[in-house]
Write a protein that binds this ligand. Structure first.
Ligand code: FAD
Length: 422
C-alpha cells in the first residue's frame, strides 16, 4: 500500500530519534505535528547543560552517546542532511573490567598493556582461556548465524559449553554495557540478536572491528536536535503526553486530555511498543499480538562525579567501566572519555538505582526504558512492518531492530516510504 496524498495532517507521537526522523521526512510533503510527553525533544538523545563554575558551560549526553561509521549509514546520512556532520568527532570504544570478587582486572580497546593490566595474568592460563574462548566464540557464532542455527535459543543456552569465567567476564559485561541489561536478564537474551549485532558491528570476522570508527557529537547530541528544529516546518508540542488515539476509516483523533482532541489524517506512533499499545483505543488483534510481546526494562541513569565507581588507577579507565562486586555488575560510562571533554571535573553516568553515591556528588537522575529482547519479542520483528497502514496508523522505533539509533532511523524511513517519500 502507498499513501501518496499530499498535504496530509499527520500526528507524530513521541519525539525521540524515530519520531524526529519520521517528522523530518514526512514534512517534505505534509503538515506534521509532533507530540512529546517530556519537556525536551530527543527522547534518549538527552543532553543536559552543565555550569560547574569552573569550566565554560557545556553539554553532557545522558543516554545516546555514540555511533559508528559502518553500522549507522542512515543516521549519518540524516546528520549530513542537517549539516551537523562537521560536529562529529572520534570517540573511544573501550571497556574496563574490574572484578573484585575474582581479583581480575583488565581492559579492552586500548592495546596489550590494557589487557595485561595485571602482570600476573601474563602467566595465568585461566586468563588466556577467556581469549581462546573468545576466538572459538567468534568462529562458531558466525557459522551458526549464517547457517540459521540460532532460532529460539537464549544466550544462556547457546553458551552452555563455555566456561563461567568467559561468560561472566566477557559476554555478560558487554551485553550489560551495550543493552543496559539488568544482570538477571542476560542469559534470557536471544542468542541470535546478540550474535547478529556482533556481526553487524564487524566483531565476528577477521580484524573487521578494528575498522569500526566510533563517533560522538562535539557539543553533545543536542547539536543534531537543534539542527532538526531549525529546519522543521511543522509544529512541536512539548509537555504534551498523548492519552489516547481513536482511529476511524478517514481520520484519527489524538487525545491529549480527556475530552480534548485534535483530528489528523494519519498518526505515527514513535513511542515504545508497550506505550503505543496502551495509547491505541480498540487495538486490532495483530497489534495486540505483536506490540503486546514487547516488555521494557526501566533503568535509572545517575549523572554524578564520584570516581570511586570506576577503577582507582587511571591506566584502567575506559569509556565503559564494568565493576563486579559481591556478584553484582554495575556499568559506569566515563563521559569525559567518551565525549572528549577537557573539563577539570570528571563526569560519569552509572546505570543503577541501588548504588551508593554520596548525595553531594549526584547531579541528577533520569529514568530510561529499554526494550527487552527475548525469544517472543524478536519473533515479532519480521511482522512489525505489517502493522503500517491499518486505520491510518504507522509505527516506528528502535524496537524494530537492535534497539539503537540506526534501527529507529531505519524504521522511520520505512514509514516515510509508505507515504512515497524517499
Ligand atoms: C542509557 C542509554 C544509552 C544509550 N546509548 C546509545 C548509544 O550510544 N548509541 C545508540 O545508537 N543507541 C543508544 N541507546 C539506545 C536508544 O534507546 C536508541 O538509540 C534510540 O535513541 C531510541 O529512540 P526511539 O525514538 O525509539 O525512543 P525514545 O528515544 O525513547 O523516544 C520515545 C519518545 O516518546 C515519548 N513519549 C512516551 N510516551 C509518550 C506519550 N504518551 N505521548 C507523547 N510522547 C511520549 C518519550 O518521552 C520519548 O521522547 C541508549 C539507550 C539508553 C537508555
Amino acid at each position: 500500500m502507498r499513501d501518496s496524498n499530499k498535504n496530509l495532517k499527520i500526528a507524530v507521537i513521541g519525539g525521540g530519534i524515530s519520531g524526529i526522523m519520521s517528522a523530518h521526512l514526512l514534512q517534505k510533503e505534509h503538515d506534521v505535528t509532533i507530540f512529546e510527553a517530556s519537556t525536551y525533544l530527543g527522547g534518549h538523545s538527552h543532553s543536559v547543560k552543565i555550569d560547574n563554575g569552573i569550566d565554560q558551560s557545556f553539554y553532557l549526553d545522558t543516554a545516546f552517546l555514540i555511533f559508528n561509521n559502518l553500522s549507522y549509514p542512515n543516521f549519518i546520512k540524516f546528520i549530513k542532511e542537517l549539516d551537523v556532520y562537521n560536529h562529529v568527532e572520534s570517540s573511544e570504544m573501550s571497556f574496563a573490567f574490574s572484578d573484585y570478587d575474582k581479583d581480575l582486572f583488565f581492559g579492552i580497546g586500548k592495546g596489550f598493556s590494557d589487557i595485561f593490566y595485571q602482570k600476573k595474568n601474563l602467566y595465568n592460563p585461566r586468563f588466556y582461556k577467556i581469549f581462546f574462548e573468545l576466538i572459538k566464540f567468534r568462529k562458531n557464532a558466525y557459522s551458526d548465524m549464517v547457517n540459521n542455527r540460532l532460532n529460539n535459543i537464549t544466550l544462556g543456552e547457546y553458551l552452555s559449553d563455555y566456561s563461567e569465567l568467559f561468560k561472566e567476564n566477557m559476554i555478560a559485561p558487554t551485553a550489560i554495557s551495550v543493552w543496559s541489561l539488568p544482570n538477571e536478564n542476560i542469559w534470557d537474551f536471544p542468542a541470535e540478536t546478540y550474535i547478529r549485532f556482533q556481526k553487524n558491528h564487524n566483531y565476528l570476522k577477521g580484524f573487521g572491528w578494528i575498522n569500526s570508527k566510533w563517533y560522538t557529537f562535539n557539543g553533545a547530541s543536542i547539536k543534531y536536535i537543534n539542527a532538526f528544529l531549525a529546519k522543521f516546518k511543522g509544529k512541536v508540542n512539548l509537555n504534551s503526553p498523548v492519552k489516547k488515539v481513536k482511529r476511524f476509516d478517514q481520520y484519527v483523533e489524538v487525545f491529549t486530555q480527556d475530552g480534548i482532541s485534535q483530528k489528523f489524517d494519519k498518526v505515527i506512533f514513535a513511542t515504545h511498543a508497550d506505550t503505543t499499545l496502551k495509547l491505541i483505543d480498540d487495538p486490532s488483534k495483530l497489534e495486540i499480538s505483536l506490540l503486546g510481546k514487547w516488555k521494557y526494562n526501566k533503568s535509572i541513569a545517575i549523572l554524578h562525579t564520584d570516581s570511586s565507581l570506576i577503577h582507582h588507577d587511571k591506566k584502567l579507565h575506559a569509556s565503559w567501566n564494568i565493576k563486579i562486586k559481591d556478584k553484582k555488575s554495575t556499568v559506569t560510562y566515563y563521559l569525559n572519555n567518551i565525549q572528549n571533554l577537557k573539563t577539570k571535573i570528571d563526569y560519569f553516568i552509572t546505570l543503577d538505582s541501588n548504588i551508593d553515591i554520596k548525595d553531594d556528588l549526584v547531579l541528577d537522575k533520569y529514568e530510561y526504558s529499554h526494550p527487552i529482547y527475548d525469544i517472543n519479542s524478536i519473533k515479532t520483528q519480521r511482522e512489525l512492518k505489517n502493522l503500517n497502514g491499518y486505520l491510518n496508523s504507522y509505527f516506528c522505533g528502535s524496537y524494530f531492530g537492535y534497539g539503537f539509533h540506526e534501527d529507529a532511523v531505519l524504521s522511520a524511513k520505512k514509514v516515510a516510504l509508505k507515504f512515497g517519500i524517499e
